[in-house]
Design a protein around this ligand. Structure first.
Ligand code: PLP
Length: 459
């Protein structure tokens, strides 16, 4: 067992945390009553809290620790770069070797036609950068009317004003008078909850048609772009039917919308491909990258910019009046380079595609026999378990029953972690998981499901 030298500090830390720390995405009164779980260390597939409890991390932190915890190579890359050059900006015609080298690597990894990179420090700021570039682009094209962005309900694109407007999370919108003008939403390809009597293939086409209808309502001359995650992550791991993306791409082309693939979760091996766009054969004008780009060891984001937009900005745009102090941060870029090198050297993505991903899907699908489980969705190392009231009718629980939250809490008692999105339990483990980790996970999930069923008075 690892050392738990900090055991005596838990109560004290909780008291200070409650007094002084405003957490993100947290109900403050609940937190004050329950206190926070304080995570003190991590290694490989596990983390430990301040009470010494070991947890198998089914979420890779927050969808990001793709190569697992405790990788000395990343710490050493950061250390070397901090000694050599801890910071310099990339404004005003300067650059640093890591920011240059990472750009070449990212262009090599991403689909054809994405040949330029704009850096930030988070997925949210990357999507803000895209909003800026898209509007600038259409102005330069002499089509200043093309300003509106279309995205999906349950989409997640970040938490700044613009990226939360792109997102389709009504709880976020209602607290800040969002979305901003010029951001509209259409239905997601969420067959399980919204598909009714249609087959998944029919429903995929219907969800894409909703985009076309909205474009026609707004007028194609007023619509700038469509943004979507290849698989919607924080919205509940919504895997689109195969018919969806081909239709969406046809529609974007027909009405001349720029297409943005938000790969913040799907990128860097999550789906068993380098990018979710490969899986669905998406050819985007922009890609948003963050999270797995450094396996979460340091904050970094990158916007991959397609040739059509980049060449317009370069040839006609004059100075681009946008950027961040930490754009192209040399230490974060050095860590990203090392992270990508390790993913390649260890063949992690191939392993997820051909071996561990199919095994995870097979083991998780066994849970579809459980009375609470309506559907298991799993692609590569991302998935969800949809908990339902009536399997035959695909009827969801009343949200007020918080069945998903109950199950999540039981998971933590079992020493595994998933996240509850409504009543879907989502998982996104580090790509280093072995069959043994998967077996341990499935055993824990099964116990948590049984305990949840008992809570709600099931057999
Ligand atoms: C997490 C996430 C973001 C926002 O990234 P931050 O680094 O939290 O700002 C954007 N898009 C998607 C798809 C995400 O999952």
């Amino acid at each position: 067992m690892p050392q738990t030298a900090v055991r005596n500090s838990t109560a004290e830390w909780r008291a200070i945390d409650t007094r002084h720390h405003l957490h993100p995405f947290t109900h403050y009164q609940d937190l004050a009553e329950e206190g926070s779980r304080i995570i003190t260390r991590a290694d490989g597939a596990y983390f430990w809290d301040s009470e010494g409890k070991r947890v198998l991390d089914g979420m890779a932190g927050l969808w990001c620790v793709n190569i697992g915890y405790g990788r000395k190579e990343l710490a050493e890359a950061a250390y070397r770069q901090m000694l050599e050059l801890p910071y310099y900006n990339t404004f005003f015609k300067t650059a640093t070797p890591p920011s240059i080298e990472l750009s070449e690597i990212l262009v090599g990894l991403t689909p054809e036609g994405l040949n330029r990179v704009f850096y930030g420090s988070s997925g949210s700021d990357a999507n803000d950068s895209i909003v800026r570039m898209v509007r600038h682009f259409w102005n330069l094209q002499g089509k200043p009317g093309k300003k509106t962005f279309i995205s999906r309900e349950y989409g997640y694109h970040g938490s700044t004003m613009a990226s939360a407007s792109l997102g389709g999370m009504s709880a976020m919108h209602s607290q800040a008078d969002l979305p901003l003008p010029g951001f509209v939403h259409v239905m997601p390809p969420y067959w399980y909850a919204m598909g009714g009597d249609l087959s998944p293939a029919e429903f995929g086409r219907k969800a894409a048609e909703a985009l076309e209808q909205r474009i026609l309502e707004l007028g194609p001359d007023n619509v700038a772009a469509f943004i979507g995650e290849p698989i919607q992550g924080a919205g509940g791991v919504l895997v689109p039917p195969e018919t969806y993306w081909p239709e969406v791409q046809r529609i974007c082309k027909q009405y001349d919308l720029l297409l943005i693939a938000d790969e913040v979760i799907c990128g860097f091996g999550r789906t068993g491909r380098w990018f979710g766009s490969e899986l669905f054969d998406i050819k985007p004008d922009f890609m948003t990258l963050a999270k797995g780009i450094t396996s979460g060891y340091l904050p970094l984001s990158a916007v991959m910019v397609g040739d059509r937009v980049a060449e317009t900005l370069i040839e006609k745009g004059g100075e681009f009046h946008h950027g961040y102090t930490y754009s192209g941060h040399p230490v974060a870029c050095a860590v990203a380079i090392e992270n990508i090198r390790i993913m390649k050297e260890e063949g992690l993505i191939d392993r997820v595609q051909t071996e561990t991903g199919p095994y995870l899907a097979q083991r998780m699908k066994e849970l579809e026999a459980h009375p609470l489980v309506g559907e298991v969705r799993c692609v590569g190392f991302i998935g969800a378990i949809e908990l339902v009231k009536d399997k035959a009718k695909r009827q969801l629980f009343d949200p007020a029953d918080e069945v998903g939250v109950k199950c999540r809490d039981h998971c933590i008692e079992q020493g595994i972690i998933m996240r509850a999105v409504r009543d879907a339990l989502v998982f996104s483990p580090p790509l280093i998981w072995t069959r043994e980790h998967i077996d341990e996970f499935v055993d824990g999930v099964r116990k948590a499901l049984d305990l949840t069923l008992a809570d709600i008075g099931g057999k």
